[in-house]
Design a protein around this ligand. Structure first.
Ligand SMILES: *Cc1c(COP(=O)(O)O)cnc(C)c1O
Length: 425
């Protein structure tokens, strides 16, 4: 970019903060002093109210209510009630989603259900398409399902694509289902959900969307796009807490067609009938499995209630403004250090995080974390920074880039403690 005139300085960032319509949300989250948190795309911070809510569950509902709380405190309804709240955030309707299990498990259910539908409607279709640079669990689960089906003579295959062109080429008459991440976990690049879903349907396949890096970060309109299934995490941009259960959304036209294979008792029409035969619930409840983590569901609701107050257009506008600012500042202030963006620049092509490659990316991220600027590292060679409009300010972006510049200028990343890998990056 033209670096002759910089339009940015810290006081201009402060002016933008003063005029930020979302600035009030920052006080709803607990953020330690001295931390610039750029990893809310991996683990959202704690909503202030979550501690009180968790204490209420532990002390009153569990402590005093004991098993009665399944009925008296609404525990039994939590997966459906929170599913409705999430559905509203991602362009679905009531009764179309449940909160349960993990994204990984929910993907297995969605893929299995889509494959079952195609076995009925288009039995020759036995290819599952997904992305080579998808989050690995999404590929592993597709391969695991194909392996299970093939162990009983299924003839299934996982086909990996790289981009829009190879999607077009891959969509032949053998494809049963296409499983894509709306926003790529590593690069931040984003598919156009509506047009790509239409393209997949035109080719006779079903579309599953992984919203892990999209829900709570970018506008999502599942019914408008006519998506078939969606899954996603709640501990990222939805601020549900570490390991909070995931969601699964199922288009109404598919909900009651087949059992999903993890047909546990919670997906039964009458779990406490303890009936001899399995009779699946109607609706999204069919995608439940077993007993749910009540404390995690309770803290998740605090995050969801905040997300439901947010104006989606304001969220997206600030997300793009923060990510634009970060990229412009890095180009201006860290020039000459061999940084390379792997995140697309076009607004319609990216989500709410930005990734930058550097030969010493792990060590640089480690040095940033030591200074309280928390991003993360993703193999191979990428620093990843999540910009979460509810609690990240424009001055945070400025300060983060200044630390990055200083670390690169002084080669602070060379210190031995930054060369050692932690188990979780
Ligand atoms: C974070 C993430 C997951 C994580 O799945 P878990 O089952 O919660 O471990 C899966 N898929 C994508 C695309 C992700 O970004």
């Amino acid at each position: 970019m033209d670096s002759t005139i910089s339009t940015h300085d810290r006081s201009r960032c402060a002016d933008r903060d003063a005029n930020d319509p979302l600035a009030g949300f920052r006080s709803r989250f607990l953020l330690p002093d001295g931390v610039v948190y750029l990893d809310g795309n991996s683990l959202g911070p704690r909503p202030v109210g979550a501690a009180e809510r968790a204490a209420g569950v532990i002390e009153q509902e569990w402590g005093e209510g004991l098993i009665r709380s399944w009925n008296t405190a609404g525990w039994f309804e939590l997966p459906r009630r929170l599913g409705d709240k999430i559905s509203r955030l991602i362009g679905g309707g009531d009764g179309e989603a449940v909160v349960t299990d993990t994204t990984t498990l929910n993907l297995f259910k969605a893929l299995s259900s889509a494959v079952r539908i195609q076995q009925q409607d288009a039995p020759g279709r036995r290819v599952i398409v997904t992305e080579r640079d998808n989050f690995p669990t999404d590929i592993y689960i597709a391969e695991g399902l194909a392996d299970l089906l093939n162990s009983v003579g299924g003839g299934y295959e996982v086909r990996l694509i790289d981009d829009e062109l190879s999607l077009e080429a891959a969509l032949d008459d053998d494809v049963a289902v296409v499983s894509l991440s709306h926003v790529n976990y590593r690069t931040g690049s984003m598919w156009d959900m509506a047009s790509v879903t239409a393209q997949i349907h035109d080719a006779g396949a079903l579309a599953i969307w992984d919203l892990a890096h999209a829900a709570g970060a970018v506008p999502v309109a599942l019914n408008a796009a006519d998506a078939d299934y969606a899954v996603g995490c709640t501990y990222k941009y939805l601020n549900g807490g570490p390991g909070s259960p995931a969601f699964i959304w199922v288009n109404r036209r598919h909900q009651n067609r087949f059992w999903q294979p993890l047909s546990g008792w919670w997906s039964h029409a009458r779990p406490f009938a303890m009936a001899d035969g399995y009779e699946p619930d109607n609706g999204a409840g069919r995608f439940l499995c077993g007993t749910q983590p009540v404390i995690s569901l309770a803290t998740l609701e605090c995050g969801l209630d905040i997300a439901l107050e947010v104006d989606e257009a304001e969220l997206r506008a600030k997300s793009l403004a923060l990510t634009d600012l970060f990229m412009e500042l890095v180009e201006e202030r860290c020039a000459g250090h061999g940084l390379k963006f792997i995140t697309p620049r076009g607004h319609e092509d990216r989500g709410s995080h930005v990734s930058v490659e550097h030969p010493q990316a792990y060590a640089v991220v480690s040095a940033l974390i030591e200074r309280g600027v928390i991003g993360d590292y993703r193999e191979p060679g990428a620093m990843r920074f999540g910009f979460t409009p509810l609690y990240t300010s424009y001055t945070d972006v400025w300060d983060a880039v200044e630390h990055l510049r200083d670390i690169l200028d002084t080669r602070a990343w060379e210190a031995p403690e930054h060369q050692r890998r932690n188990a979780v990056t």
